[in-house]
Write a new protein. Sequence first.
Length: 392
Amino acid sequence: MPKPTQLAKQISASPTIAMNDKAKQLAAEGHSVIGLAGGEPDFDTPPHIVEAAVKAFKDGETRYAAPSKGIRPLLEAIAVKTERDSKVRVDPMSDIIVTPGGKLALFLALKAMLDPGDEVLIPAPYWVSYPSVAVMVGGVPVPIETGSDDNYRLRLEHLRAHVTERTKAIIINSPCNPTGHMLSSEEIESVATLALESDLYIISDEIYEKLNFDGRPAVSLASIPEIADRVIIINGMSKAYAMTGWRLGWLAGPSEVIGVAGKFNSQTATSAATFTQHAAVAALNGPQDCVELMRAAYQERRDFMVESFNSIPNMSCPDIEGAFYAFPKVDATAKTSEEVANTILEEAVVVGVPGSAFGITKDAHIRFSFAEDMNKLKQAVERIGAMAHLLA
Ligand code: PMP
Ligand code: GLU
C-alpha cells in the first residue's frame, strides 16, 4: 500500500482546534463544561456586515471572485487600511492577496518564501500553526524560547544565536497569541537589525492588532522604512470583526513574494468566497465602533482574568497587553503543562490548551481564551481556584 507523506510524522492536527472540539463534544454529552480553548470571539458578527453579505447573495455575487486575488473594492479597502494602521503603502493590485482565512495567508507566505530545507525563526511562545505550516511547505521551523520571567522579550543576541546559512525568515506576532505580548520599540529594532544583517524576510502576523489594551497601539514592523520591503503582513477579519467562520484573510507586502503567493493561491483556493469579500468591504469601510465595543469588553475581561489568576495561591499571570488569551503559569509544580490541563479538565471541567502546544517546555503554562462572556469566565476561575491545590 502507498503511504501518506513522511512530513505527516512531524506535525499534528491543530491542538487549539482539537481542544475546542473536545469542549464542544463534552457539552453535547451533557457535561457542564466551560470551553476556553479556542480563540474565537463570543460576539456575533456585527449586523451591518451580515447585511452586506445578504445583499451580495441577492445581487448574485456567488461566482468565482475576479480577480482571483481579491475583488477590487476589497483590495483597495485593505490598501487604505494597511497604510493607516501599519504605516506602509501597498499597491492594491500587486501587493495583496485575499485568502480564505489568515491561516491560508500564512501558508502561502511561507510557501512563497521557502525552498526545501530553509529555516524559519519562530519565537516561542508561538501560535500553534507556525511550526506545522513551516514543515508543510518543506521548511524547517527553529523555535526560540523566551520566558515569562523576562516578559517574553526578544533579545537580539538570543535571536542571532539561532541564525544559520539556511535562515530565510522570522515570524513575529504582535500582539501575541498566546501571551498578549506586544513588541516594544527596542524589540522592533532588534528584529529589524537581525533581518538586515542576516538578509531575512519578516512575517508580521497582525491579526490581533485592533485588540490592544490601555491605549497602547500595536506598531507594525512594516512601518520601519529600512525593512518595509522585506515584511509580509498577515491579517484577517476573524478576530477584530468576530468573523471566524467567514474565512477571510490576506497577505500584503513586496510584489515579488505576493506574485508567487498569488500563483499558489490561484492553483489552490482560487479565491476567498465572493459574498464574504463583499462583507469584508462593509466591515473595513463601515463604522468601527463595533470593533471598539468588543475591544473594550476584552479589556475588562483581561483585568478580571489577570487579577483572578494572581489571587490563586500557586498560579501567576503577567499583565496582558493585547489579544484575548490569559497564559498563567502554575508555580513550583512537578506537573507538565499537559498534566495541568488534564487535571483542570477533570477536576474543574474547564478546557484550556497546555503551554507545550505553544512551544513552552520550561514551565507549566496553560492558555485560556477570554473571548467568552464574563459569567462563564467567573465560573471558570472560581472552579479552578477551588481545585488549584491539586496542581502542585
Ligand atoms: N494568526 C494567529 C496568531 C491566530 O491566532 C489566528 C487564529 N486562528 C490566525 C492567524 C488565523 O486566523 P484565521 O485563519 O481565522 O484568519
Ligand atoms: N487562532 C485561534 C486559536 O489559537 C483559533 C484556532 C486556530 O486556528 O488555531 O485558538
